[in-house]
Design a protein around this ligand. Structure first.
Ligand code: F6P
Length: 341
């Protein structure tokens, strides 16, 4: 078979490991030809692609980013591509497509499959918020980077007796902030699932200093929101993709805490550092397994399905199971973590 592969949406450590695995499994076991489509759905629409062989994937297991390039594409463009799916597949001469992406990509997988371009999805996001899979690759790496950052921030915070507010990725869910916050021993963790009260955060810090501690670290997810009316700032709008945007919660929180506490507070925005660089061992393994199973799914005709980790097994699950709701931090887990801060 001639199988197209593309990476779509924000990049994520492990994408290259999936591409490598698809090439190995496809070429070595099935005698497929793998066509790497450049820059996600943009390349599909523009017919930009190249054959990817063994030499192209040498060393990819450890390489962050994606050799194919990625892009966020507006929903209207994807709808256009779906309407022309048959033609796009014919132009590239592909029998099927493995699309590695987030919920938008998975949602499109079903539509493309119905419209004449059979697609198997592979979920990716550092945010860990895709439902129906126990994990997505990239998350473990992001948590690792964020935890290391918190570890490092502690020494400088203590030297200057400061409050450091670390803003971590997580637009809609707080998985990275919660996990790295617990692993790094942050003193406060703020996540989108639970609006926070800045007075409570300030009180926690005051009590800490009163106990003789010399610093405090607050881990805040970029999508965390204050209880309405409790902070001064307006926290954002909606971008062209319909995602909420934020006006820098970390910076605003540090500013307001400094005023409330009369202590030095500084924001640290970790940003895209969390998405860059080499994937952890765990992410490499998950990405490799997803690639392997995606090729098998193509050969079994499981289109409109995506690879999902269920306990220790990889299952092929209908994409609808991933796109109906986000996987958020459950209240019980939050309560458990909050109790150990
Ligand atoms: O969805 C993954 C993610 O890393 C979010 O946590 C973050 O809000 C967003 O991507 C940033 O996207 P961009 O790179 O397009 O600014």
């Amino acid at each position: 078979m001639r199988i197209g592969v593309l990476t779509s949406g924000g990049d994520c450590p492990g994408l290259n490991a999936v591409i490598r695995s698809v090439v190995h499994r496809g070429l070595d076991v099935h005698g497929d030809e793998i066509l790497g489509i450049e820059d996600g759905f943009r390349g599909l629409i523009e017919g930009r692609a190249r054959v990817v062989g063994h030499d192209d994937v040498t060393g990819l297991l450890t390489l962050g980013g994606t050799i194919l390039g990625s892009a966020r594409v507006h929903r209207e463009k994807i709808d256009w591509a779906v309407a022309h799916a048959h033609q796009l597949a014919a132009d590239l001469g592909i029998d099927a497509l493995i699309a590695i992406g987030g919920e938008g990509t998975l949602a499109a997988a079903r539509k493309f499959s119905d419209a004449g371009l059979p697609v198997v999805g592979v979920p990716k996001t550092i945010d860990n918020d895709i439902d129906a899979t126990d994990a997505t690759f990239g998350f473990d790496t992001a948590v690792h980077v964020a935890t290391e950052a918190i570890d490092r921030l502690k020494t400088t915070a203590e030297s200057h007796q400061r409050v450091l507010v670390v803003e971590l990725m997580g637009r809609h869910t707080g998985w990275i902030a919660l996990t790295a916050g617990i692993a790094g021993g942050a003193h406060g963790i703020l996540i989108p699932e639970k609006p926070f009260d800045i007075e409570t955060v300030a009180r926690m810090i005051e009590e800490r200093f009163a106990r003789g501690k010399k610093f405090a670290i607050v881990a805040v997810a970029e999508g965390a929101v204050p209880v309405p009316g409790t902070m001064l700032f307006d926290h954002g709008g909606v971008d062209q993709f319909g995602h909420r945007t934020f006006g820098g919660i970390g910076t605003r929180l540090a500013d307001e805490l400094e005023d409330l506490l009369g202590k030095e507070a500084r924001p640290v925005i970790l940003g895209h550092t969390q998405r860059g660089g080499t994937p952890t061992a765990r992410d490499r393994v998950l990405a490799t397994r997803f690639g392997w199973h995606a090729v098998e799914a193509v050969h079994q005709g499981l289109f409109g399905h995506f690879t999902a980790l269920r306990n220790t097994e990889i299952k092929l699950v209908p994409v609808e199971e991933a796109i109906t709701r986000l996987k958020t931090v459950p209240p019980e887990l939050w309560a458990e973590c909050e109790s150990v801060l």
